[in-house]
Design a protein around this ligand. Structure first.
Ligand code: GDP
Ligand code: CA
Length: 319
């Protein structure tokens, strides 16, 4: 049986995982989820990326939106607003609220986030082992210029409230340096046959996971192929605003630049979309095996083909 470890953010990671499961139904898949996007709202702990993976693989996701629950209503949010209690810019629906209430209750009772995530997954049966990157608190902050001068704001405030419309000067995973990988993370990497980076945000999703001390070393020490799929197609993010956070860390928005940002010390293989075929040469020159294949996750079959291409490339670099 094949053991696959995937470092995942939210929407891009979750959709890729659905294709991966379909491509290799018998594989044992461990997902190391980004928790740098986590935020406390209304006294509740919200983990957007873990929940996006859990809802997507468990059949509860709002398909068109890509996050949150299907058939959602917003009565609680409206009632909170009637009390003047915000923030109103973060969409939490009634069904979604239940997840955050259960999570917060369990955390309050002393369970670590990894145990809470496992408990939540007992309902959703995502068909993968979903682990938070760490049980410790890590919160991504973004350094932006506002009317009050330069200041750090929570990632969600930058991304959701400001829609990444102000210039970002730095992206800081606050708390990452002191964090430890969650139980099971290093063991899963050590036991893996292959490590995949899905088309997730290279800075605030995969980059944050790699910022947990020990993560990079564990992946390098595992001595297995590490293959990534570009979230950048035709020099733009397929969806979202990854170009803004790439600029903040001084990386050009192109499939080749993202591969070079990860570097040949981390990546063995990289898939770019067919429209970026010209990137294959430069990426290979940087010491990373590269192929150009269709990378649009338009439906399950197309996504499963992407997953197979990634696993084929892994076998190629292994040989
Ligand atoms: P987030 O946490 O919800 O932002 O999700 P991720 O970090 O997992 O993924 C976001 C990235 O996925 C964005 O940079 C998108 O460009 C990328 N993405 C979304 N859909 C597709 C797709 O169909 N193909 C590719 N190649 N990338 C995609
Ligand atoms: Ca995210």
């Amino acid at each position: 049986m094949q053991r696959i470890v995937v470092l995942a953010g939210g929407i891009g990671g979750a959709r890729f995982l659905r294709g991966l499961k379909s491509a290799v139904p018998d594989a044992e898949i461990t997902v190391i989820g980004n928790t740098g996007d986590d935020i406390h709202l209304f006294g509740l702990k919200v983990c957007p990326d873990l929940d996006t993976v859990m809802y997507t693989l468990g059949g509860g996701i709002h398909e068109e939106q890509g996050w949150g629950r299907a058939d959602e209503t917003f009565a609680v949010k409206e009632e909170l607003a009637a009390y003047g209690v915000g923030p109103e810019w973060f969409g939490l629906g009634d069904r979604d609220f239940a997840t955050h209430i259960v999570r917060t209750q369990m955390l309050g009772a002393g369970y670590p986030l990894s145990a809470v995530t496992e408990a939540l997954c007992q309902r959703w049966n995502p068909g993968v082992r979903l682990l938070p990157m760490t049980d410790d608190r890590v919160e991504t902050h973004v350094l932006v210029d506002t009317d009050e001068g330069r200041k750090a704001v929570h990632f969600q405030e930058y991304w959701v409230r400001l829609r990444a419309s102000v210039d970002a000067h730095a992206v800081i995973p606050v708390g990452a340096e002191q964090s430890k990988p969650a139980p099971g993370v290093l063991e899963a990497i050590a036991a893996a046959d292959v490590v995949l980076f899905p088309p997730s945000n290279p800075v605030v999703s995969v980059g944050t996971i790699l910022a947990v001390p020990g993560m990079r070393e564990a992946i390098a020490d595992a001595g297995v192929p590490v293959v990534g799929l570009s979230p950048i197609v035709g020099d733009a993010p397929v969806r979202g605003m990854a170009d803004k956070v790439l600029a903040a860390v001084g990386v050009e928005t192109s499939a080749a630049a993202v591969a070079q940002h990860y570097g040949s010390g981390m990546l063995d293989g990289w898939l770019v979309d067919t429209v970026d075929a010209a990137a294959v040469g430069p990426v290979e020159a940087a010491g990373i095996r590269c192929r150009a294949v269709p990378l649009m996750m338009t439906d399950l079959d197309a996504t499963a083909r992407m997953a197979r291409e990634a696993l084929d490339l892994a076998e190629e670099v292994r040989a």
